[in-house]
Design a protein around this ligand. Structure first.
Ligand code: ATP
Ligand code: MG
Length: 230
């Protein structure tokens, strides 16, 4: 048996007096209220940064068409108590060879909207990950995942046309793109495919919708991964 258990119960007042005495002996004012340090304000950009892959966390969209798009979406935003919310609007198809900065510009565009004060719910996925995620398996509601991406106010669909295709991926891509097409939801799409190959790789229905719903941004130049500035 421990000494604590054998001790007689003591009135709370006595304990409080003893505690106050100890604190006073150490120069601490027992009446002082402990104060929390003031909470740092967390900006939407800081919150978004946590979701952006480390490589693109500081990405700045410096392409004139992307800056124009971000300005347009920010101005067209629905007014809300904490800033404009994203509304219907145009989408972008950022195309170019590997390493020209497509993904960089796309994340830069998301960050550009946040710095312009747009209240933003957004999702980002590569098409290869999308197909892997939505492959039918037990205990997983793939349909719900697809709906989340299809309905997201802003979607970054990275590397469209880069994954192996099948009838199943074609149908899935069609449903995703068609939903965003019908509801005019801003979508940032990157692709390595030249325009002429979009139809053969993605199917005519997807290519036709992309032609109408997106402005094309063509990136050129060397592979930045191999030609880094000193
Ligand atoms: N404008 C830029 N300023 C600084 N760094 C950049 C810029 N654009 C791209 N980069 C850097 O260049 C590299 C390649 O860019 P990114 O991954 O965006 O290429 P990509 O076109 O998406 O390539 P892929 O087709 O292979 O997916 C990355 O390290 C990226 O951070
Ligand atoms: Mg990329």
């Amino acid at each position: 048996m421990t000494s604590t258990l054998t001790r007689e119960p003591q009135p709370v007042g006595l304990l409080a007096d003893r505690l106050n005495g100890i604190l006073a002996g150490r120069g601490i004012d027992p009446g002082a209220v402990a104060t929390e340090p003031p909470a740092e304000p967390v900006t939407a950009l800081e919150l978004a940064d946590a979701r952006i892959p480390a490589r693109y966390r500081r990405a700045l969209a410096d392409h004139p068409q992307i800056i124009t798009w971000a300005d347009h979406i920010a101005h067209a935003g629905r007014p809300g108590p904490s800033g404009p919310g994203i509304a219907e609007g145009p989408s972008l198809l950022i195309a170019g060879p590997t390493g020209t900065g497509k993904t960089h510009q796309a994340y830069g565009a998301v960050r550009a909207l946040l710095t312009r004060g747009v209240r933003l719910r957004w999702e980002a996925v590569t098409t290869a990950d999308l197909y892997a995620r939505l492959r039918p398996r037990a205990d997983h509601d793939a349909e719900r995942d697809l709906q989340t991406l299809a309905r997201s106010p802003l979607l970054l669909l990275d590397d469209l046309g880069a994954a192996k295709t099948s009838e199943w991926t074609e149908e899935l891509t069609y449903r995703l793109i068609n939903h965003r097409y019908e509801h005019m939801l801003p979508t940032l799409i990157t692709t390595n495919l030249p325009t002429a190959e979009l139809r053969t790789t993605l199917g005519d229905r997807v290519a036709s919708r992309l032609a109408e719903m997106t402005d094309r941004v063509i990136l050129k130049g060397p592979d930045r991964r191999r030609h880094r500035s000193p």
